[in-house]
Write a protein that binds this ligand. Structure first.
Ligand SMILES: Cc1ncc(COP(=O)(O)O)c(C=O)c1O
Length: 496
């Protein structure tokens, strides 16, 4: 069992801090971790040319600040590196109408993982033929939406799903429509996370058709024999936050091998090979992600080699980066509310060690990743710099949960105080999209910044929004602005 995240007061010993030595400059913005536009101007953090204090005043805190040029720049980097391949933005990382439009305008494809993600993209005007629908348990309604919209691919995940899709596809074909294009998601027996990959087990999970058991081949053959479906190719996704290419190369080797088996069994040459997402980003300065260019080069080389060995034409490559596009360009701004020093015992040289619990006005409802995955983040004092000596800190939220930790161990200037702003880096992926209303906290807004303009692309949720779902409270007056959640001065889409 892991040590209690609340720290030593909940256990018999003081776990050593994992913050390492304090950095020389506590206010430094490592360009690997912070958005491309992040700067200090007179000590204050600026994003997209906007001072964070102005943004906090206009839009409240907690606040997601998204650097538009960073987001679109990273999407463009993938498109350039994978020129001639299909780059699908994995919208589960973060999706709203504006993001769907950027991705559409910038020529990328988009992955949806549910009918509602698909509905958001379609409502934003995303071209249906550039959308793929994922999911291990797609409902009839979700599949029908995909078929009716004419999306680019349904990524098949189970035999049950094939049974569900065939009658709908047959009805479309009977009405004069084209067969429904599909990919078969294969579980290649490789699971990769960050620095390592394991190429033996990991069949024991819910996604996809197993390659090892022969299910993937059976599914592919079945789909090929089904006139209402068109098998475009195969799909594989091996994990997330991966820092080297070895796992992708091993997966490519195995999936191309399956393409060879499909060819042998049916004579069909599959056109597409989708190797999924999972490209890592730097949450901390020590993290060392691969560039899109490196991944593209190495994948192309492996696929070309494997296809040559099997005498198959090279398929069109597709990838599905989510975090690597959305993650690094967004920062969460919080206001500090309370600071509680906790004595940890004696330090190395006998000096007393203290950890400051720095409580902010959000928490696990806007970033569940630290609590859920033990994810690492970094943050800085954002409204000013300080020459005060470093203090060991833990940034925590305001939820009624001792595991409500945002940044487990870090050094902040010892003079941080209530009312200061903290900025947590690299919160663009899987934070807003995983946000909840735990303790009835409200989902923060997302403000896109660019060249000095700030546009609220998702407004702050209000208590009235939440009351509207409640059988007793619907229609009753809710305090507005809700406690601790200043109302935005500007309507959604307005520039401040
Ligand atoms: C099938 C699939 N594709 C793409 C992604 C995106 O992964 P990431 O955001 O790590 O690039 C995921 C995430 O889990 C996924 O399940």
């Amino acid at each position: 069992m892991r040590a209690h995240p609340a720290g030593p007061l909940h256990g018999a010993f003081a776990p050593p801090p994992s913050a390492g030595m304090p950095p020389a400059d506590l206010g430094a913005l490592d360009p690997q971790v912070w958005p491309r536009s992040a700067r200090r101007v007179d000590g204050e953090l600026h994003l997209g040319g906007r001072a964070v204090t102005d943004l906090a005043r206009a839009h409240g805190t907690p606040l997601f600040v998204l650097d538009e040029d960073d987001f679109r720049g990273r999407a463009a980097d993938f498109a350039t590196a994978f020129d001639g391949a299909d780059v699908h933005y994995a919208s589960k990382a973060f999706l709203c109408g504006q993001v769907a439009r950027w991705i559409a305008d910038d020529g990328l494809h988009l992955d949806a993982c549910s009918g509602n993600e698909l509905a958001v993209a379609l409502a934003a005007g995303f071209p249906a033929e550039r959308i793929a629908l994922h999911g291990n348990n797609k409902s009839l309604v979700e599949l029908q939406l995909a078929v009716d919209a004419g999306i680019g691919h349904v990524v098949l995940d189970s035999f049950d799903e094939i049974d569900r899709l065939v009658p709908m596809a047959a009805a479309r074909v009977a009405a004069g429509g084209a067969p429904v294009p599909v990919l078969v998601r294969t579980t290649v027996g490789i699971e990769a996370h960050t620095h390592e990959f394991i190429a033996t087990a990991h069949e024991d999970q819910k996604f996809g058709f197993s390659l090892a058991t022969g299910d993937a081949l059976t599914a592919a053959v079945r789909v090929i024999r089904e006139p209402a479906l068109h098998l475009s190719g195969l799909h594989s996704h091996i994990g997330s936050q991966i820092f080297d290419t070895a796992g992708f190369e091993a997966a490519a080797h195995r999936v191309v091998g399956l393409m060879g088996q499909v060819h042998q069994a049916t004579g069909e040459v599959l056109e597409e090979l989708n190797l999924g997402g999972g490209f890592g980003i730097a949450y901390l300065s020590d993290d060392d992600p691969v560039t899109p260019g490196d991944v593209a080069r190495r994948l192309r080389a492996v696929i070309a080699m494997e296809c040559a060995a099997l005498d198959l034409p090279v398929p069109r490559l597709a990838v599905e980066p989510g975090r690597a596009i959305a993650g690094p360009g967004t920062v969460t701004l919080y206001e500090i509310g309370t600071i509680k020093p906790v004595r940890l015992g004696s330090g190395g040289q006998g000096a007393p060690q203290v950890r400051n619990y720095v409580s902010v006005d959000g928490g696990m409802s806007d970033n569940i990743r630290t609590a859920l995955y033990d994810a690492s983040y970094t943050c800085v004092l954002a409204n000013r710099t300080s020459d005060a000596p470093p203090a060991l800190c833990r940034v925590v939220g305001k939820h009624c949960e001792s595991g409500d930790v945002l940044v487990r161990d870090l050094w902040l200037p010892s003079d941080v105080q209530p009312g200061d702003l903290l900025a947590v880096a690299a919160t663009g992926a899987y934070c807003w999209s995983m946000a909840s209303n735990y303790n009835y906290l409200l989902k923060p807004p997302v403000v896109a910044v660019r060249e000095g303009a700030a546009t609220e692309i998702v407004r702050r949720q209000t208590l009235s929004d939440v009351f509207a779902l409640d059988a007793v409270l619907a229609g009753r007056p809710a305090p507005s602005p809700a406690v601790d959640q200043p109302a935005p001065e500007h309507p959604v889409g307005a520039r401040s």
